[in-house]
Design a protein around this ligand. Structure first.
Ligand code: PLP
Length: 1021
């Protein structure tokens, strides 16, 4: 077969183009060269700024085909698409085609079409989900309209870009591929096309095709926080008549290029296409191989061009990317890709699954036991991400400990066998073997695809039905299967496999491929650790409907994002074995269900973080873990100060809870010990404690004390400040009363401007800025005096939190406290956010300002998640408050809370968390400051210890707050598995305030992710 040369330029000069525009179209304008494979294209800009594209057809193009393009475009523009296509512009005489003869007398066919604004998809760095879905839907709707065009397309014999010719094009050019691996890859694609794909293609529905929805021909809209849209589809010069699936294959082939997760781009695109134009199972069968085929054609033709010394960059532009794609797609088994695509289109993922499952169900009574003991009433373990019976995550891989725990439980329940559930999401797979390397999110394989039977090592295992040894292998990496056997079973036209993992090494001795294993035959035995992959002794038994050509191994756990596909490849062992019905995991409530119930039963004024909220079921150190066992790095929870679920807190709480929990009207050692410990961290004369249940309650009580001491009611508060959710504290919180739903300050509240030395009137380069901001406090004190009684108190967070992670400028509190005290007021330091060592250099935030407040309020980190708060004050103020009215608090100061509080103080001290906060905080600040120098949108980095803010702005000059960008960054960081949040008066400050166990590796991970996001299109444009 002769392959039509796909490229050849009919070079016209810019002067020719200008002359044609003038003479044929009556258009005066300038022209710029536009890249193209065969046509020669000029972008035309008229004096009135109208834009067109002048297209000079290749001299090899048949005239009828050139004409046909205009006919199709004129037909399409009558359709209703959410995107644009080029509109043909006739010449002065109404002709679609203009003929032009160059100086050597060669004739060129020329057309003019409208110009479509937009960025080429090939230039988009971050292809977001919305864009890919928009592309899928656009290609589908273009396809649907093209099918209604009833004119026949002229023949294009041997057209190289017709995928029907792909195997011929690839083989014809194989000689130009020098690299052996690359050549082998192309040969494999060719073979697959010829043997498996072409016979199916003939049966598929055909239609007129665009045939070139490559990423240079797709125009997309500007980046936005929500994602982009397709604006236009160009270049109808490659149209053919062929199987409709080609257009989807071509757009998928190019859309996934340069992505770090090609398969997820392809499945998203296909799913969106299918929503508009449903795909058949046969089309999905050929889709993935066709995607590879298109890339293979592209690299083959490019190799030819290179061989012919054709240096036009357009012809080889995406070759490196295409090769990289071919290599990464080549690693994916095409039947796995097919099954994932089937799943995304609502088909049962593995086509064999239904037949095999039906067969298993109807033959259930024929199968023999796996082990000697009956299984139907034995102990079923909960090994899920939510299991409360598992130890802390860092001891999960302590095989001695976990083995003892499980086998003790079996002993306790007098169960000979313990069952580990099928389809269960687990945290047990702690090695890097289980982490996804593609994509933003470090997804872990957590979904268990088999059934576990926990039994003593060396227990014999029998075959439940006849089978032949398909393969066996010692998968000897830590936390892998260890010695493994796969049996093949075939009966009545059904073929499936069973896998036996974590065996003894003797089980593989003398085994041969093809050996017959009879039902009931004890053909292997359980291994001990470490030989069995270093697990507690157990059998991993798994059914497999399609082995995907693997030998001696097959994944036993799957990524949650591919769960349905893998569960279809590995159906439930309950189909074969007589097991307790709860041997198969099923979630009690879906995430959607929980959300719906939340909306129904909870107050609407509660908010949820993130566009797609997370269902977190577990915390561990600085990690939050979802129901599917996926871990997120928690960079915002300053409540879990010493790390989520700290074992010492757990111990303190459980021990005291088992003894006594009551109010403070009895003598108890915990409360005195705790108050003594707390007071020892504070300077004199702060020596009297009140224990409460929250930060709000602490502030509310502090206000009462100040009012009692001063006999006045007026409050001086700082703009952006937040002090709690009770009536009095909301009234004192400018963050609330100036925010949505707020009614401004009440008559006794005097707000002062926030001492913000980045956005405020006095900037960081002013050494006197602290005192200047404090002058504002002086003015407010005067206003309070002038309007009535004078001030009762001044409350200020030691570093502003909701106000935008602001570090108070040097000298601020010192001057402000002086003015307040001179005016007879009480100085309250709100340490609810920042106390207990977070700022690194000091235990309390106010100490960084070299002041001693009259009252300190505390909360959040005190109980590491247990609700405790405190007010510590001077004996004098405490006495003034002691006016005869008892202060009673049902829960405040109870023995359990105090016991937890003591444990938290112990750990801060023993683990040196304050010094750690300083070291890691300084490291993080240095790294962030480095990012600041390179990224225009980072206006400011500020913070102390592990209390840090990143202010996101339009640019360093104007400093306009960019809330949308800050929100976008936070959402994208979540995509990378990192949790942050925004705050500040303009909600444009990203807050970093992780549990103090956050370490240098976490800091580096945060910086790397941030760095990647900061160059995404939406951020930089
Ligand atoms: C500075 C500050 N003070 C007080 C509070 C109120 O504490 P709680 O929510 O424990 O009542 C908060 C809570 O965010 C806070 O940030």
């Amino acid at each position: 077969m002769k392959i039509t040369p796909s490229s050849s330029y009919a070079h016209l000069s810019s002067q020719d183009a200008v002359a044609i525009l003038d003479s044929s179209y009556g258009i005066a304008g300038s022209v710029d060269f536009l890249p193209s494979e065969r046509d020669q294209n000029f972008k035309v800009t008229t004096e009135g700024k109208d834009q067109f594209v002048l297209k000079i057809a290749s001299p090899f193009e048949k005239e009828r085909l050139v004409d046909f393009q205009d006919e199709v475009l004129n037909f399409l523009i009558q359709g209703k698409f959410p995107f644009s296509i080029p509109t043909p512009v006739p010449d002065k005489n109404g002709n679609n085609i203009v003929r032009f003869k160059n100086q050597s007398g060669q004739e060129r066919l020329i057309r003019l079409v409208s110009y479509i604004e937009g960025e080429r998809l090939s230039e988009v760095a971050h292809k977001d989900g919305k864009l890919i879905r928009s592309l899928g839907k656009s290609v589908a709707s273009l396809h649907q309209t093209l099918t209604t065009f009833d004119e026949e397309i002229p023949e294009r014999d041997g057209f190289a870009w017709d995928l029907t010719n792909a195997s011929k094009v690839i083989s014809a050019n194989l000689d130009y591929i020098d690299n052996v691996d690359q050549k082998h890859l192309l040969e494999k694609i060719c073979e697959n096309l010829e043997t498996d794909i072409q016979p199916i293609l003939q049966e598929l529905p055909s239609s007129l095709l665009h045939n070139d929805a490559n990423d240079h021909n797709i125009l997309v809209g500007p980046p936005s926080a929500e994602g982009r849209n397709v604006l236009g589809i160009l270049d109808f010069g490659d149209m053919i008549y062929g199987p409709s699936i080609y257009d989807l294959a071509i757009s998928s082939a190019y859309a996934q290029m340069r992505s770090n997760d090609p398969l997820s781009i392809i499945t998203t695109l296909v799913q969106a296409y299918n929503e508009v134009q449903p795909l058949s199972a046969a089309e999905l069968e050929v889709l993935f191989p066709l995607i590879c085929a298109r890339l293979a054609v592209s690299v083959s033709l490019s190799a030819t061009h290179t061989h012919e010394n054709n240096t036009d960059p357009y012809l080889t532009v995406s070759q490196q990317d295409a090769w990289e794609s071919l290599h990464s797609l080549g690693k994916i088994h095409s039947r796995l890709a097919r099954d994932l695509l089937r799943d995304s289109c609502g088909y049962p993922p593995c086509p064999n699954n239904v037949k095999i499952c039906n067969w298993l169900e109807t033959h259930k009574s024929d199968f023999g036991p796996l082990v000697k003991h009956p299984l139907n009433d034995c102990l079923v373990f909960d090994l899920s991400a939510e299991s409360s019976s598992l130890p802390g995550l860092d001891t999960l891989t302590d095989v001695d400990q976990v083995t003892k725990l499980l086998f003790d439980k079996m002993d306790d329940s007098k169960s000979e066998v313990g069952i580990g559930r099928y389809a269960e999401p687990r945290l047990l797979y702690a090695s890097n073997l289980y982490v996804k390397t593609e994509g933003d999110f470090p997804e872990r394989r957590t979904i268990h695809l088999g059934l576990d039977l926990f039994l003593p090592a060396e227990s014999p295992i029998s075959a439940p039905l006849d089978g032949r040894v398909h393969s066996f292998k010692n998968n000897d990496l830590n936390l892998d299967y260890g010695p493994t056997i796969i049996l093949e079973h075939s009966s009545e036209g059904i073929r499936f496999f069973s896998l036996y993992g974590h065996l003894s090494s003797e089980s593989l001795d003398g085994l041969r491929i093809g050996d017959l294993v009879k039902k009931g035959q004890e053909f292997c035995s359980l291994g001990h650790y470490p030989i069995n992959g270093n697990w507690p002794p157990h059998l991993h038994f798994q059914l497999i409907t399609d082995l995907l050509d693997m030998e001696g191994t097959f994944p036993g756990v799957a990524f949650p994002s591919q769960k349905d596909t893998w569960l279809s490849l590995s159906p439930s062992p309950l189909l074969m074995l007589d097991l307790p019905s709860d041997s198969q995991f099923s979630p009690t409530l879906s995430v959607e269900n929980i959300q719906a119930q939340r909306e129904k039963y909870l107050a609407p004024s509660l908010s949820l973080s993130y566009k797609n909220p997370l269902h977190i079921v577990r915390g561990w150190r600085q990690n939050l873990i979802t129901d599917e066992g996926q871990s997120y790095l928690d960079c915002v929870n300053n409540v879990s100060h010493i790390g989520h679920c700290h074992p010492e807190v757990l111990k303190a709480s459980a021990t005291q809870m088992s003894l006594l929990n009551t109010n403070t009207r009895y003598l108890n050692r915990n409360i005195t010990k705790y108050c003594r410990r707390l007071i020892s961290t504070l300077p004199d004369p702060l020596s009297v404690c009140f224990l409460v249940n929250s930060g709000s309650e602490a502030n509310e009580l502090a206000f009462r004390m100040a009012h009692a001491k001063t006999g006045r009611e007026d409050l001086i508060v700082v703009n952006g400040g937040y002090h709690g959710n009770t009536g009095a504290t909301v009234a004192a919180s400018s963050y609330k009363f100036e925010g949505p739903g707020g009614k401004g300050p009440g008559p006794s509240v005097f707000p002062v401007i926030a001492p913000d030395d980045y956005q405020g009137p006095f900037l960081r380069d002013d050494p006197k800025r602290g005192e200047r901001y404090a002058q504002e406090v002086k003015l407010a004190l005067k206003a309070s005096h002038d309007s009535g009684t004078g001030p009762s108190l001044f409350i200020c967070e030691s570093l502003l939190s909701c106000g935008g992670q602001i570090v108070l400028p040097p000298g601020y509190l010192k001057a402000a406290y002086k003015f307040v005290r001179e005016a007879g007021g009480i100085c309250i330091a709100d340490e609810v956010q920042v106390g207990f060592g977070r700022v690194g250099s000091h235990f309390w935030g106010f100490q960084t300002q070299d002041v001693v407040p009259d009252i300190v309020t505390m909360g959040k980190p005190m109980g590491n998640g247990h609700p405790i708060g405190a007010v510590v004050t001077t004996p004098e103020i405490a006495q003034a408050f002691n006016n005869g009215m008892e202060y009673f608090n049902t829960f405040g100061g109870n023995p359990v809370s105090c016991s937890i509080g003591i444990a938290v103080l112990d750990i801060i001290e023993q683990a040196n968390l304050q010094a750690h906060a300083l070291e890691i905080g300084n490291y993080l600040l240095a790294q962030l400051n480095d990012l600041l120098t390179r990224h225009e949108q980072i206006g400011d980095i500020r913070g102390l210890g592990l209390f840090i803010g990143i202010e996101i702005v339009s640019n360093k000059q104007e400093k306009t707050p960019r809330r949308d960008l800050a929100k976008y960054i936070v959402e994208r960081m979540k995509d990378h598995g990192i949790l942050l949040s925004t705050d500040g008066p303009k909600d444009n400050v990203i807050k970093i305030k992780p549990p103090l166990v956050f370490d240098k590796t976490d800091a580096m991970r945060l910086i790397q992710a941030l760095e990647r996001i900061l160059v995404e299109d939406f951020v930089v444009t």
